[in-house]
Structure formats: C-alpha cells, structure tokens
Write a protein of this length. Structure first.
Length: 186
C-alpha cells in the first residue's frame, strides 16, 4: 500500500542524517500480520535470499530491459561516490554484501536497513524499516533519490508508471508472501 512521504520523513531514521540531500520518491507499506518487534532481521534475510534466485514475470522482464538499456547507453558505468563515505562510525561495519543484488548495502540495524544504487541517471536508496502499528509491526519501504541532471529527472518520470503499476505491486506480493512463508511463531 502506498503511503504519503510523511510516513517516512516523520520517523527519526538514521538515513536522514546520511542522505539529507535525497528526495523521498516513494513510500510503501507491506502487511506482516502477527509480526513482532524482533522479526525484522529474519524477514530482511528472507527477502535478501529471495533476491538471489532468478526472478520471473513482467517485473523481472522490466528489470532485464532496464539493465540492457543501461549497458547499451552506458548508464551504469558512471562512477558515483558511495554514501558509505558519509556513514557515521557506528554504522560502518553493520552491512553485509548481498549476492546478485543491484543494491550495495549501507547499514543494517534492528529496525532499519539501507542499500544504494548509483548510475548516470540517479543515485537511489532503498530504505526498509520495521514500524510498530496497532497489530504488531509492518515492513515499510522508502525509495529516496537524487536524480543526476536533466537525464535523471526524465528517467525518474519515465519509470514512474512502471513502478506504480508493475514493480511495486510485484514486490508487495513477493515480500508479503515471504513473510507468510517465514511462519515465525509468536
């Protein structure tokens, strides 16, 4: 479910101190019925393990097309300074690399994860957080971006309809199913 920007920006997440020059592009909530305070690491590990398998469907096809276009036009060869250089000392050794992921992990906490991707179109962050609610906890994803010039702004505008109609619904189905498959007893 799509949420307003304030659903991310009103929380005191650590990402705010690291990326104050990034814009919140999207915020999504994922249902995790019965989730408890300490379930975030297990769900995050399951999501990351899921990424290492071959994806199928329209969403996977769109990503393959995007990577091919990036290869053809040189979008992914750009050298962009990683946000790892901005990390406070206490966050520097918390992330672990994830195989077969376009994201580079920045940090992992008990209730927060951030990974980045950078190329000549934009520098992006996927921020996952574990948020208390009246039924327990839910997973929230915020996508923060810093477009690279005019091309980056055009790129972000061009992919917006695909994010809302194909990519995010596919992620929602996948991650909510991942939670159900975990079957963490409470």
């Amino acid at each position: 479910m799509r949420l307003p920007e304030s659903a991310h920006s009103e929380h005191p997440w650590r990402i705010h101190e690291i990326a104050p020059d990034f814009v919140v592009e999207d915020v999504w909530k994922f249902r995790t019925p019965g989730a408890g305070r300490h379930d975030f690491p297990a769900l995050l590990a399951a999501i990351q393990a899921e990424r290492t398998t071959e994806s199928t469907g329209l969403s996977a096809l769109l990503f393959k097309v995007r990577w091919k276009l990036g290869e053809l036009f040189g979008w992914d060869r750009a050298q962009v300074t990683s946000l790892r250089d901005r990390l406070p000392t206490d966050l520097r050794d918390t992330a672990t690399p994830v195989e077969n992921s376009p994201l580079t992990s920045l940090y992992i906490l008990d209730n927060e994860y951030a990974g980045e991707i950078a190329n000549s179109t934009m520098h992006g962050i996927m921020h996952l957080s574990w948020v208390p609610d009246p039924t327990g906890y839910h997973l929230r994803m915020a996508v923060l971006v810093k477009p690279n010039g005019h091309l980056g702004r055009l790129y972000m505008a061009a992919i917006k309809p695909f994010r809302y109609t194909i990519i995010y619904p596919a992620i929602t189905r996948s991650w909510e199913q991942t939670w159900k498959d975990l079957a963490i007893p409470h």
